[in-house]
Ligand binder design. Sequence first.
Ligand code: ATP
Length: 300
Amino acid sequence: MADILEIQGISKRYGAVQALDQVSLNVPQGSIYGLLGPNGSGKTTTLGIVLDVINASAGTFRWFGQPLSKSTKRRIGALLETPNFYPYLTGEENLRLTAEVKGVAPARVGEALQTVGLGNRRGDKFKGYSLGMKQRLAIGAALLGDPEVLVLDEPTNGLDPEGIAEVRRLILHIASQGKTIVLASHLLDEVEKVCTHMAVLRNGKLKAQGPVSSILATNDLVFLNGGAPLETLLQTALALPFVAEARLTDQQIQVTLQNGVDSSELNRAFFAQGIALGQLVVRKKSLESQFLEIIKADHA
Ligand SMILES: Nc1ncnc2c1ncn2[C@@H]1O[C@H](COP(=O)(O)OP(=O)(O)OP(=O)(O)O)[C@@H](O)[C@H]1O
């Protein structure tokens, strides 16, 4: 997969605040790329810089392998702030006005409304829309120019659970049409559910980036004892090919399995070597604990 956006060493300082500190990341074409971080970590600043509404203090970025220009801008649709729609106009009338301002052919309005699932509500006044529908219309406005990339800042912020579900479904739908999506979110759960790739920002520093499946590993922790002396259990575990890590902790052996390996395999492997384990307890690593580990790390 080619990279649709490459960011190299971007920094941004606001007076005494270092909002971004040498952030480098690559967004693969066709990905749903989540910029994850707590409030104030630099997500909006990153999006603002690559959309040319904020000037970086240092660093460079390239869209589609080129510097940002009028023609590359046309290939990008963005929703950084909620647009001001007219409450007494219909969804369609609002998008027609937006299309006029953007210089987009009015024919695109119908297509955008269909994509965001508002085709059959196009004639209803904006003020009667649910929160999710309002946000979908805003995404429709960003799609008017039929961009290859859609950039969204906290797309589910302030929505009710139904609206959140609608917008997440829409993001997946848009991505399934071949568009790349870059979104900022402070919700780990959202990034895990929606994104294929992610970057973790904290205090303006990049803590991790890559495919979601490699960053939020699903490997479990397993605690063993009984059946043989602890040292024998430890050596047996360390010799198994699917064990990522094993160590002695608190009168038991703590084992980390490689991704996708089930703890029953561990039991079977010990049994095959004549050890009937006295106890095998599996503890799932929560997403939150993994996230805390990532943001506590000193380097990416
Ligand atoms: N115009 C500005 N002037 C001064 N400081 C700013 C400005 N914009 C952002 N900052 C500071 O830069 C840091 C990063 O802010 P940014 O908005 O990029 O973070 P964020 O991760 O998007 O958070 P949020 O979700 O709260 O917007 C914060 O400490 C913020 O207070």
